[in-house]
Design a binder for this molecule. Structure first.
Ligand code: PMP
Length: 458
């Protein structure tokens, strides 16, 4: 164990380490929090403070920290064969076995997988693959991929282009050509004049209108997260996805479900598309496939596409050094077996999800909360200035960040997306721990309310 103090760590960090999605100068002024240990749903920092991790790391540590099964799988594979690739007519047993197991746990249209190292890379593969599919079918003019504002699909050039984050597009000349965006199915922001179900159908029709505007023969695919995660846990109305499916079918375009967050039980089914009732042609995954213990991502390739690429496609000029990394695949196998053995998907559906929904319904009564939403093991609280009128705070007040600051100070990791406070706890969180988390959230909301009133913002 290192003997460096927190101050030492912070100084060295500031001197050499550029963090993701960070204003480097302001982080240097505040100092990083250094996380040194994890166990179950808890983390400890370098000052010995215990923290309840209500975000599962970054939506990924689904089986909790410190699982021996995953550690043993990694150790054994590192000793046996730490690396070999799947290029040039070779592969490794863990990659084969994981491909087999993924074909078993994913919906029936999926029998093949293409591995990547992350969710962003998986979505780069999606872009390459859908365009290749249409090329092979003799329709090379089908290039355009439709996505949504406030979507998150990663941070590579293609991932950030598919995403609908203005701040990301503004840096680096994005989106790349051939990617367009429609409005998101966010009822609180865009649909309050309608019922949720009416709005769901309206939001799906934005897709139909965009396809007709472009010309259906030019559209390759539509991509979406079943529930937008990084966008703020935006749970779409029940009517949305079935209508999106109908529209994609009508125009013959491919449907891609980005399951990087929703996959592997987060929504109470194995995959978010099963919770929301649609049948994607491609499915991106990462995070929960290994519970984040080691990087791994990939794309499940539906038979409609796999058949064309296999029978007629010739060489697919795409792949990564770490596609099918044997240690990552061994950890994924161990992780998925834990999910199966402990019935974690059913647990989210029958126990954790309902408990979270109940606690969030109580938190919805709080004067600061304008809307509470949950889906399986994720939830969001929309902070508002005027509850009766659903009136938001001015965005420059950054009330979400004030609340996040209180979470930070009270041993709770909760994320702020604008003024939307979100959680996505490990799927192994017990019911007592749900209560503990809800108690901490309540305390932080109270502290935020006090601040907001003191500053005259409410
Ligand atoms: N897609 C979705 C839906 C995500 O939430 C994320 C990451 N939060 C990604 C893609 C990108 O994954 P990665 O960070 O592993 O590249």
């Amino acid at each position: 164990m290192s003997t460096r103090t927190t101050r030492d760590w912070q100084t060295a960090d500031t001197s050499h380490h550029l963090h993701p999605f960070t204003d480097f100068k302001s982080l240097a002024a505040k100092g990083t929090r250094v996380i040194v240990k994890g166990d179950g749903i808890y983390l400890w920092d370098s000052d010995g403070e215990k923290i309840l991790d209500a975000m599962s790391g970054l939506w990924c540590v689904n089986v909790g920290y410190g699982r021996q099964e995953l550690i043993d799988a990694a150790t054994a594979q590192l000793k046996q064969l730490p690396f070999y690739n799947s290029f040039f007519q070779t592969t490794t047993p863990p990659a084969i076995e994981l491909a087999e197991l993924l074909a078993e746990v994913t919906p029936p249209q999926f029998r093949h997988v293409f591995f990547s190292g992350s969710g962003s890379e998986g979505n780069d593969t999606v872009v390459r693959m859908v365009r290749r599919y249409w090329d092979v079918l003799g329709q090379p003019e089908r290039q355009i991929i439709i996505s949504r504002n406030n979507a998150y699909h990663g941070s590579t050039m293609a991932g950030a282009s598919l995403g609908g984050m203005g701040g990301m597009h503004a840096q680096g000349g994005l989106p790349i050509p051939g990617i367009v965006h429609i409005e998101q199915p966010f009822w609180f922001e865009h649909g309050q004049a309608m019922t949720r179900d009416e709005f769901g159908l309206r939001a799906a029709r934005w897709l139909d209108e965009k396809i007709r505007e472009i010309g259906p023969a030019k559209v390759a695919a539509f991509i979406g997260e079943p529930v937008q995660g990084a966008g703020g846990v935006i749970v779409p109305p029940d009517t949305y996805w079935p209508e999106v499916q109908r529209i994609c079918d009508e125009h013959g375009i491919l449907l891609v479900s980005d399951e990087v967050i929703c996959g592997f039980g987060r929504t109470g089914q194995w995959f978010g598309c099963e919770t929301f009732g649609f049948r994607p042609d491609l499915m991106t995954f990462a995070k929960g496939v290994t519970s984040g213990y080691i990087p791994l991502g990939g794309v499940m390739v539906g038979e409609r596409i796999a058949k064309v690429l296999i029978d007629q496609g010739g060489e697919f000029n795409h792949g990564y050094t770490y596609s099918g990394h044997p240690v990552a695949c061994a950890v994924a196998l161990a992780n998925i077996r834990v999910v199966q053995k402990e019935g974690l998907v059913e647990r989210v559906r029958d126990e954790l999800g309902p408990a979270l929904a109940e606690r969030f319904a109580e938190l919805a009564e709080h004067p600061l909360v304008g809307e509470a939403q949950t889906c399986g093991a994720m939830g969001a609280l929309q902070l508002v200035r005027n509850k009766a009128k659903s009136e938001s705070f001015a965005s420059e007040l950054e009330v979400g960040m004030v609340c996040r600051g209180h979470c930070f100070g009270n041993g709770l990791i909760m994320r702020a997306v604008g003024d939307r406070m979100i959680v996505a706890p490990p799927l192994v969180m017990t019911l007592e721990q749900v209560d503990e988390m809800a108690g901490l959230i309540k305390r932080c909301l109270d502290l935020t309310l006090k601040d907001v009133k003191q500053r005259g913002w409410m």
